[in-house]
Design a protein around this ligand. Structure first.
Ligand SMILES: *Cc1c(COP(=O)(O)O)cnc(C)c1O
Length: 307
């Protein structure tokens, strides 16, 4: 399954897939001066619904602001509407959605946003479980990466800035070449940060723990899982987590829009807990699945119907 679709929304127009191109001299391509979002739309009984669309588009604008674009040529509401139009025009029931704001310029090829213009595109494609359907049950194998996650004053950890993902590409490629599925990355102080595009949780004695958001991306899935877990009566603590606290955890899972909620059942050749998805992870996965498909009290506030 590729990432093709019939249409891509670009700068106010719905273009056929093959026409949605950018020029080689687009600065964003050379310097990673772009910000993006990853969003999912789910098939529900009331039709396709985008999960937390408003929050994702707000974060897209926040990412642009962090990069240095104070104003974009469209309002948040216009991008929300364009996102829904992209799903509708492609007649998708379930899809992954990728809005991208990227630096363009006719006059400036330097390393300054001044004199450049942000352009915006939105694509969507049908994409099942990121690491395979069976991993949601069976879990994945991860290693602690030899690459450190961003220092908060080197790259901005609250923004999905394209250039920041060179760090994720280094880590993920290394992990896959070593035979693992995913990389767990430590922050510059040596505490557990996150995976290459997912936040991390551990479970010990029935309680959940996750790192503070200071050095990690403020995941919208992370936030949803915190609220769902609290609804289910679990206690959650945000605190620094050391590598060996993962080794001795009862359960570890990672979560993000692309990956959804995936058990991590082995880290650095040590099996975590029973070595399969644990009871707390399953409990949360099951409630999260209901939320996404409109079958949960939380769904009403979090689903934005396409039609
Ligand atoms: C996107 C992303 C996440 C997950 O965020 P969601 O809003 O849940 O999709 C976590 N970490 C990084 C580095 C990310 O880029």
């Amino acid at each position: 399954m590729g990432f093709e679709s019939e249409y891509i929304w670009m700068n106010g127009e719905m273009l056929p897939y093959k026409e949605a191109t950018v020029h080689f001299m687009t600065p964003a391509l050379h310097y990673g001066a772009a910000v993006f979002e990853g969003i999912r739309c789910y098939d529900t009984e009331q039709g396709p619904a985008v999960f937390r669309l408003k929050e994702h588009i707000a974060r897209l604008f926040d990412s642009a602001k962090v990069l240095g674009y104070e104003k974009l040529p469209y309002s948040e509401q216009e991008i929300i509407d364009a996102t829904k139009q992209t799903v509708a025009k492609n007649k998708f029931k379930e899809c992954y959605i990728r809005p991208l704001v990227y630096m363009t310029s006719q006059t400036n090829f330097g390393l300054c946003l001044e004199g450049s213009e942000p352009h915006i595109g939105i694509s969507a494609w049908e994409w099942g479980a990121m690491l395979g359907e069976d991993t949601l049950e069976k879990g994945i194998r991860a290693n602690i990466s030899s690459f450190t996650r961003h220092h908060p004053n080197v790259a901005m950890t609250k923004a999905k800035v394209a250039g920041n993902y060179a760090n994720s590409i280094l880590a993920k490629t290394e992990s896959v070449r070593l035979g693992f599925d995913e990389a767990i990355m430590l922050d510059p102080q040596g505490y557990v940060a996150e995976c290459t595009g997912e936040n991390l949780f551990l479970v010990r004695d029935g309680k959940l723990f996750t790192p503070y958001t200071a050095t990690v991306l403020e995941g919208i899935t992370r936030d949803a899982i915190v609220k769902i877990a609290q609804d289910l009566g679990y206690e959650i603590k945000e605190q620094p987590i050391a590598r060996d606290q993962l080794y001795i955890a009862d359960e570890v899972f990672m979560c993000g829009t692309a990956a959804e909620c995936v058990p991590v059942t082995e880290i650095d050749f040590r099996s975590i807990g029973s070595g399969t998805a644990g009871p707390v992870t399953r409990d949360i996965q099951s409630a999260f699945g209901k939320v996404l498909r409109g079958n949960h009290p939380r769904s009403a506030g979090w689903l934005d119907y396409v039609y």
